[in-house]
Ligand binder design. Structure first.
Ligand SMILES: Nc1ncnc2c1ncn2[C@@H]1O[C@H](COP(=O)(O)OP(=O)(O)O)[C@@H](O)[C@H]1O
Ligand SMILES: [Mg+2]
Length: 322
């Protein structure tokens, strides 16, 4: 049970500005699971991570991490977890090796063991060549890899990572992904990762919780989430951008139980049987003289789920391509 997370009706209100950052959120993460907490900037991800890792207190609700209550038994919780926060306070004047060794001593390693552990971890995160350089001279990717090494010092059962790849170049991001997958598969480490990147959650996680404005809006495996919104997606691009709303309205009126969303110059239609309804849609538009330049039939992506759940493109949710 030491790799498990249980969150029940968690709420956090910051007195400053009376911000309700987390609203009545409940979920569980099983031992050995790779869980992604996905949401845009300001959604409440970091606040949740800080509560789960005993750094701040919840306003209400119950949180158990590694079998211990985060409020009543924070020391026990800390024994089992590793935490890489969004804002890290490392001393830029230390070298990478000194920093990892220092972390090992903090966790009770003696001098010899600490040096050995630091060497092993620097190899794992591929920082041996840069180990003797000052941290202040490290690139963003190197800093994140160093953060990861620091969190692994005590061989945590549960690893919390708050946006570990935000702002990284693709090769650094891949290196982190590879290491997280390995830790999860080979060591059975439970991973709680927050991200703004849809494809990161899709590619890494067993299960995804989607948080928006402090509320959990969806939860499930990537496959389950995609299935929630129908099997097929019809995307139609119109000749005249200005008629998108009108066209969506026509469909809503003429087809029962149709799920239509307009986005820029496109209309998105979620359906069970794409090919069948495709023909109906074309016929309706033809009757109403609504010109079409492109039609595509596809399976929904996580991006489409955001749209569906929030009825608006999730502001701030990025893809790495942007
Ligand atoms: N210490 C704080 N005091 C007041 N408001 C805060 C504090 N920390 C976060 N917030 C607010 O809580 C909300 C959630 O923030 P955060 O958990 O950092 O979101 P995320 O990590 O998903 O970007 C935001 O509106 C943010 O401005
Ligand atoms: Mg954050």
């Amino acid at each position: 049970m030491n790799g498990r997370i249980v969150v029940e009706e968690l709420t956090k209100t910051f007195k400053k500005g009376n911000v309700r950052a987390v609203k009545n959120v409940s979920f569980q993460v099983e031992e050995g699971e790779f869980f992604a907490f996905l949401g845009p900037n300001g959604a409440g991800k970091s606040t949740t991570v800080q509560i789960l890792t005993t750094l701040i207190n919840a306003t209400s609700g119950k949180v158990e991490v590694a079998g211990h209550d985060v409020i009543r038994q924070p020391e026990q919780v800390r024994q089992y977890i590793g935490v890489a926060l969004q804002e890290t306070g490392v001393d830029p004047d230390l070298t990478g090796r000194e920093m990892v060794e220092l972390q090992a001593y903090i966790f009770g390693f003696n001098k010899e063991e600490g040096k050995k552990r630091a060497q092993t971890l620097l190899e794992i995160v591929k920082l041996t060549e840069a180990a003797e350089r000052r941290i202040g001279s490290y690139s963003g990717g190197m800093r994140r890899r160093l953060d990861l090494a620091l969190t692994l010092v005590n061989e945590p059962k549960i690893l919390f990572l708050d946006e570990p790849t935000t702002g990284l170049d693709p090769s650094s991001r891949m290196a982190i992904w590879e290491e997280l997958r390995r830790l999860n598969k080979e060591n059975g480490t439970t991973i709680f990762l927050t991200t703004q990147y849809l494809e990161e959650a899709d590619s890494l996680a067993d299960r995804i919780g989607i948080i928006n404005k402090g509320e959990m809006v969806a939860m499930g495996s990537p496959k389950e989430l995609k299935a929630q919104i129908g099997h097929d997606l019809i995307t139609i691009t119109l000749k005249e951008m200005g008629r998108v709303e009108e066209a969506a309205g026509v469909l809503r009126k003429q087809v029962a139980d149709i799920d239509v969303i307009s986005r820029n110059d496109q209309i998105l239609i979620y359906v069970e049987e794409g090919t069948k309804q495709l023909l109906e849609v074309i016929r309706i538009f033809d009757n109403d003289d609504i010109g079409i330049t492109d039609i595509q039939l596809s399976s929904p992506t996580l991006d489409d789920i955001f749209l569906k759940l929030t009825s608006e493109p999730m502001e701030g949710v990025k893809t790495h391509g942007e």
